[in-house]
Design a protein around this ligand. Structure first.
Ligand code: KIV
Ligand code: ZN
Length: 511
C-alpha cells in the first residue's frame, strides 16, 4: 500500500528517488561504548556498498591516526558507493579528510545561538565567514562538498538560510539539515527542507536524531519537503538515542510513498545482524523491520488470520527484508506449527506426537494460561510419553573461568550414546560453542555455526535466555533454538537443535 496519491494531493514535492547517506561508521560509531576495529569497519563498508547505499560516511579522520587509516582503507576498497569523511570548518580537518582519499567531504559548523556562544565562542558573522571560506577551500581540493549547519533546527531561521545560501554560492554540492539534538517535529522538518531547497536550488539532506523518538518520522517529513538525501544508520545507532534507522526509513519510503532508495531490501536483516554483532548493540526485539518480533505472531486471532493470509496482520512479507516469520505456539496453532517449533529445539516429532502435544497445548490455553515456548518445552520434557527423546540432548554443562579465559565442559546424549567435549574461549558463549562443535564433529563431521544470536532478558531469573543458531551442514542451513537460564547453555542448545535436524536428515545415524 502507498499513500503517494494522498501526499501528492497535499501538494508536497516528493522526489522520485532518494539517496541513502549512511553514517553508521561515523555517527553510529559515536554511540556510547562503541568502538569498531579497522577490519570491522572495512567489513561493514563492504556490506553497505552491497546493500546499495549511495554514500558511506566512513569516519572523522581528524579524530585520531587510527580513524584516518580506517577511512583511508574504506576509500581504497573501490566500492560502488561514494565514500565521505566528516570535517569541522577547519583547513586541517578538511586536508585530513581529503588526504584519506574520500570522494565527499562533509563540512559542518554550528549555527544555533547556544552552540555559537557556548561552544564555538564566535559571533554569527564569524561563523558565516568561516563557513564560506571552508566550503571554498574544500571545493578547491577537488572533492564533492556536503555542508551542514550543526544544530540547524535550533538556529534562528533567517541566519540559517543566510549560511546555507552562502555555502551554496561558495560551491557546496549539497546541503544537510541536522536535527542535532532531536527536537524537530515532522512539520518543521518538512518546511525546513522545502525552504532550504527553494533558497539554494541544491540537493538537500536531512540528519535526524531520535531523542524524542521522532527520527524516522522527521526524516520522512524532510523527504516530503523535497529532501533527496537521507542520513541514516543501520539499526538506528548513533549519538545518545541514535539516528534515523536505515531499515525503517527505506522500507517506509518504498512501501508507504513508492520512493526508491536503491537499497537491496533483502540484505537488511543480515547487515543489521552484522552491525549488532560488531558494535555489541543488541537490536531491541520489537524494533520495526529488523527486530526479532517484527514478524512473530502469538497465538490468537492474529495467528489464525496469518495462517489464512499473512497480509491480514503483516504490512510486508518478512522475506522481502531477509527475515523469517515466526509463529509462537498457542491454542490456534496447528500440528505442523507445533512440530516446527519442537523440531527447532531438537525434538524428532512424528505427526501423531505433534497432535498429542497440540491437544495438551489447547487444554493449557483453554484453562486461561498463556503458553510460552519455555512452557511448551517443559510440557514435553515432563511427559516423556508425549514425544520420543531428543536425538541430541545436553545432559550436563559446566562453565569455568581462569586467567586464560573461559572453559566449557559439556556432555550430550546423541541417540542415546554419551559424548563429552571441551572448549575454550574469550567468553562463556564462545567456550560453549567450541565445546559443542567438538562433540558434534565426532558425530556428524565438521559443521559451520554460520550465525547465532542470544537474547538475555532484563529479568533472567524469571525469563530464560533465548538463543538462535544457523548451522550449515552438507550445504544445508538449519535453524535451531535454545532456551536456558544461562546464555552459554542456550546457545549450545540452539546448536543442538539444528544438529538434531541434521541427524534426522542423515537418517538418524551416528557417524
Ligand atoms: O548531529 C549532528 O549535528 C551531526 C553533524 C556532524 C552533522 O552529526
Ligand atoms: Zn548526528
Amino acid at each position: 500500500m502507498s499513500w503517494r496519491g494522498i501526499v501528492r494531493d497535499a501538494y508536497l514535492s516528493l522526489p522520485e528517488r532518494v539517496q541513502v547517506f549512511d553514517t553508521t561508521l561515523r555517527d553510529g560509531e559515536q554511540t556510547p561504548g562503541v568502538s569498531l576495529r579497522r577490519d570491522e569497519k572495512v567489513a561493514i563498508g563492504r556490506a553497505l556498498a552491497e546493500l546499495g547505499v549511495a554514500v558511506i560516511e566512513a569516519g572523522y579522520p581528524a579524530v585520531s591516526k587510527g580513524e584516518f587509516e580506517s577511512v583511508r582503507e574504506v576509500s581504497r576498497l573501490g566500492l560502488g558507493s561514494k565514500v565521505c569523511a566528516l570535517a569541522r570548518c577547519d583547513r586541517r580537518d578538511i586536508d585530513q579528510a581529503v588526504d584519506a582519499g574520500v570522494d565527499w567531504v562533509h563540512v559542518f559548523i554550528a549555527t544555533s545561538e547556544i552552540h555559537m556562544t557556548h561552544k564555538l565562542k564566535m559571533t554569527p558573522e564569524q561563523v558565516y565567514q568561516t563557513a564560506i571560506e571552508c566550503v571554498e577551500y574544500a571545493r578547491s581540493r577537488g572533492v564533492e562538498v556536503h555542508f551542514s549547519c550543526e544544530d540547524a533546527t535550533r538556529s534562528e531561521r533567517s541566519f540559517l538560510l543566510k549560511v546555507y545560501k552562502g555555502a551554496a554560492e561558495a560551491g557546496a554540492h549539497s546541503l544537510d539539515i541536522p536535527d542535532t539534538v532531536g527536537v524537530a517535529i515532522p512539520l518543521v522538518m518538512r518546511e525546513l527542507a522545502r525552504s532550504v531547497r527553494a533558497a539554494t536550488g541544491l540537493p538537500v539532506a536531512v540528519h535526524c536524531h531520535d531523542d524524542m523518538g521522532l527520527a524516522t518520522a522527521n526524516t520522512i517529513a524532510g523527504v516530503e519537503g523535497g529532501a533527496e538525501i537521507v542520513h541514516v544508520t543501520i539499526n538506528g545507532i548513533g549519538e545518545r538515542a541514535g539516528n534515523a534507522s536505515l531499515e525503517e526509513v527505506v522500507v517506509a519510503l518504498k512501501y508507504l510513498y513508492g520512493i526508491d532508495s536503491g537499497i537491496d531490501l533483502n540484505r537488511l536483516a543480515s547487515v543489521s545482524r552484522m552491525v549488532a554483532s560488531f558494535t555489541g548493540m543488541q537490536v531491541q526485539k520489537n524494533k520495526a523491520i529488523v527486530g526479532d518480533h517484527a514478524f512473530s505472531h502469538e497465538s490468537g486471532i492474529h495467528v489464525h488470520g496469518i495462517i489464512n493470509n499473512p497480509y491480514t496482520y503483516e504490512p510486508i512479507m518478512p522475506e522481502v527484508v531477509g527475515k523469517r516469520r515466526r509463529i509462537v505456539v498457542g491454542k490456534h496453532s496447528g500440528t505442523h506449527a507445533v512440530m516446527e517449533v519442537l523440531k527447532q529445539h531438537g525434538f524428532e516429532v512424528s505427526f501423531e506426537e505433534g497432535k498429542r502435544v497440540l491437544s495438551k497445548v489447547k487444554d493449557y490455553a483453554d484453562n486461561g494460561l498463556r503458553l510460552t515456548e519455555h512452557l511448551l518445552l517443559r510440557l514435553v520434557r515432563d511427559d516423556p510419553k508425549l514425544v520420543s527423546a531428543q536425538p541430541f540432548e545436553v545432559v550436563s554443562f559446566r562453565i569455568g573461568v581462569d586467567d586464560n579465559g573461559f572453559s566449557s565442559d559439556i556432555e550430550v546424549h546423541v541417540k542415546g550414546e554419551s559424548i563429552r567435549g571441551e572448549g575454550r574461549g574469550t567468553s562463556s558463549v564462545a567456550a560453549s560453542i567450541e565445546a559443542v562443535k567438538n562433540v558434534i564433529s565426532r558425530v556428524l563431521g565438521p559443521i559451520d555455526v554460520a550465525e547465532y544470536s542470544v537474547y538475555v532478558p532484563p529479568n533472567p531469573d524469571r525469563y530464560p535466555a533465548e538463543a538462535e543458531a544457523l548451522v550449515r551442514f552438507n550445504g544445508v542451513t538449519l535453524v535451531g533454538r535454545g532456551l536456558a537460564h544461562d546464555p552459554a547453555l542456550a546457545v549450545a542448545m540452539a546448536i543442538g537443535g539444528a544438529v538434531s535436524q541434521a541427524l534426522a536428515e542423515k537418517g538418524g545415524h551416528v557417524k
